[in-house]
Unconditional design. Sequence first.
Length: 105
Amino acid sequence: MEAVSGILFRMYRGTERHGPWLVACLQGAWPKLVGAQIAAVCTPVDWHDRTLVVEVLDPAWRDGLRREQRDLLQRIRTATGDEVLRLSFRAPGSGDVNSSRPDSI
């Protein structure tokens, strides 16, 4: 039997609701996906062009997340069936986005 999440991914894919739905799913799973400590300082806020935008509350954490982004991206890619191919970290309310291209994993 197929998981409901897989059915919903297909239903929303290609629609204007896909991005908000994907972000909402990731927000709900965020602590389990990235760990409680990381989840306490950042949250997914947007998804476009297969890039997940993550808002990081503490600037010091942005550097740490960049060092861990390959592992984080792999976990997120696995959880979303490769719907997310890149991560962007930004400060709250900021247009300052630092993105990463997917590595060959």
